[in-house]
Design a protein around this ligand. Structure first.
Ligand code: UN1
Length: 565
């Protein structure tokens, strides 16, 4: 780290320490232990990671480090890797938790979720800071992510007073028909690192509102964020075992999935790669379960010839490079009408050259921070090689920012302190190219030329995925054609492919998902099953379909008028 940074840092740490003390006095940080609060270094203390099983924080074994990807010298914490006993304990706790929790009336469950919303709101800043520290997105984005969780909790608080079923007319007298939403049981949530707070909230909050219990296995790259969330759940007052948090690697996820076969887990919800999603789909399919799968994307952004470029260019920059391109909704291909191709390209390059990169906790002007983990960096560097071999023309991008491959707008002294990479731009890409087809998690995008709107739409659908999509046009007829023709779960008109709101259905088609949706009322279908009930109040047995008097229409098999008399 540079000297200058260290100086400002120690000053900041001092201020932070003081602030924590004074707010502690007022009692506003109740329930959030000091190991996540008091600053004793530049970024905050090392977090002592614990599983959360049956309402108890347990130290566990085989600890793995979580580091700050913007400054690899900052150890965020050490977190256990769950063993067989931890997993069994979490499943048993969730089974017990489910029995208790489903008996709590839904409006009361909603009230607990309402308390959770208030706690998250109170802690918005500290939660945003731990997200930024752990995965490197900017504070503005991290605050937005926490806000998504607040919005989700507020939405489902009131859903506790609805959770509607239906009354349905019966074909028989003195008989009533009803439908009820029933919880599923123990839900396993496996989540990714790029939205380590919002996406888990999309899963856990509706599942809990519906009366399920939860085992959460967060990404290895964002355990401190997960533990902070667990502390919010604890303070909100969920009974023991209703929410359980297990840390670990992929093998822990695989071991947990064996409980699906044993029917001790009744639902799996996963956000991550399509490859892993397929495997989870196989496991759940043979147990006759429907998992929720939110998978990859290669999201198209169409620039039609009449696009308002004043708006389209900054939107494209956010869409492609925001969060360093590490959103499943990030734009992968910009498909541009040939008449505005050169104009768009030069404006886009000019804007991209202004992108400021840095350590977002030290430099507030940062547009994007580092890649989340080393493996993302390796994949990103690899794509620069195979992209060239694949025939792509590299217009911008030099890979990792180092002393030898500097980047003019890197704000800081030592880019090698973190996993920083430059904005990357390709052209001469068509649907035949691997660059067009393959999701690369990072700040890279392809310019694709189209000779008409119809061709642009054809290209926009010419990949395996179907998560998000966008178009810039002023023509309502083109808007309509786009809405009707695009193969995607989500579409924006004159906005970014990213930035879905927390109460609209979120999910994709084709390789992006299995048709389940998160968020809004739609997600309830993923965490409940419909139960149809009939109540017969007649004094004698009456059978549906058979004892129904529909009057005396002439039978089509009554041939009496043609039969020889
Ligand atoms: C994700 O990248 O997994 O639409 C979720 C967005 C965010 C959520 C992205 N609200 O960009």
């Amino acid at each position: 780290m540079a000297m200058v940074n260290r100086k400002t840092a120690s000053k900041k740490a001092h201020v932070k320490k003081k602030m924590v003390k004074s707010s502690d006095k007022k009692g506003s940080n109740k329930g959030v232990p000091t190991f996540l609060k008091a600053g004793n270094s530049l970024y905050g203390p090392e977090v002592i990671g614990h599983h959360w099983i049956n309402g108890k924080f347990l130290r566990g074994a085989n600890h793995v480090a979580s580091v700050n990807p913007a400054d690899l010298s900052d150890l965020v914490g050490r977190f256990p890797n769950a063993g067989g006993k931890d997993i069994e304990a979490a499943v048993a706790a969730a089974e017990k938790g489910f029995k208790n929790w489903k008996a709590v009336p839904a409006p009361v469950r909603g009230t607990v979720i309402g308390r959770l919303a208030k706690i998250i709101e109170r802690e918005k800043e500290s939660l945003a800071r731990i997200i930024t520290r752990e995965i490197g997105k900017t504070l503005k984005e991290a605050r937005g992510e926490v806000q998504e969780a607040i919005d989700t909790a507020e939405f489902f608080q009131s859903e506790g007073r609805r959770l509607y079923g239906q009354t349905v007319p019966s074909e028989l007298p003195n008989k009533e028909l009803f439908t009820y939403r029933r919880p599923l049981g123990v839900c396993l949530m496996i989540t990714a690192s790029n939205f380590p707070f919002a996406v888990p909230s999309w899963k856990m909050i509706p599942a809990l509102l519906a009366g399920n219990s939860v085992i959460w296995k967060p990404s290895e790259d964002a355990p401190a964020t997960a533990m902070s969330f667990a502390l919010c759940f604890r303070e909100a007052g969920f009974p023991d075992g209703v929410v359980n948090l297990l840390f670990g690697d992929r093998a822990v996820g695989e071991k947990l999935l064996t409980y699906v076969d044993k029917n001790r887990i009744q639902k799996v919800s996963f956000t991550g790669s399509t490859a892993v999603g397929r495997k989870i789909g196989e496991v759940c399919g043979r147990a006759i379960q429907v998992p929720s799968l939110e998978l990859g994307g290669k999201n198209p952004l169409i620039i039609h010839k009449d696009a308002n470029l004043e708006k389209a260019v900054p939107a494209a920059i956010v869409s492609c490079y925001g969060t360093a391109g590490q959103r499943c909704t990030s734009t992968g291909n910009i498909i541009i009408h040939k008449e505005v191709y050169e104009e768009f390209k030069s404006r886009f390059i000019a804007a991209a050259k202004n992108i400021r990169i840095g350590n977002p906790l030290l430099v507030p002007e940062t547009f994007y921070g580092p890649l989340i983990a080393e493996r993302y960096l390796k994949n990103f560097i690899a794509h620069l090689e195979w992209g060239k071999k694949d025939g792509g023309k590299l217009l911008m991008g030099t890979g990792r920012i180092t002393k030898f491959t500097p980047y003019g707008n890197f704000l800081g002294k030592n880019p090698e302190a973190g996993y920083f990479v430059t904005p990357t731009l390709w052209e001469n890409v068509t649907p035949k190219n691997r660059l067009f087809q393959e999701e690369v998690f990072g700040p890279t995008v392809n310019l694709v030329k189209a000779s008409s709107f119809d061709q642009a739409l054809e290209y926009a659908n010419a990949h395996a995925y179907g998560l998000s999509s966008a178009i810039f046009t002023e023509d309502p007829h083109i808007m309509l054609k786009f809405k009707e023709g695009i193969q995607a779960g989500m579409s924006s008109i004159n906005n970014s492919t990213t930035g879905a709101e927390a109460h609209l259905p979120f999910g994709g088609v084709k390789a992006s998902g299995n048709g389940t949706r998160e968020s809004g009322v739609w997600v309830l279908d993923s965490y409940t099953r419909w139960h149809a009930v009939n109540v017969d109040l007649a004094s004698q047995l009456q059978l549906a379909q058979m004892d129904v008097d529909y009057g005396s229409a002439k039978s089509p098999t009554d041939f009496s008028e043609w039969v020889k008399k």
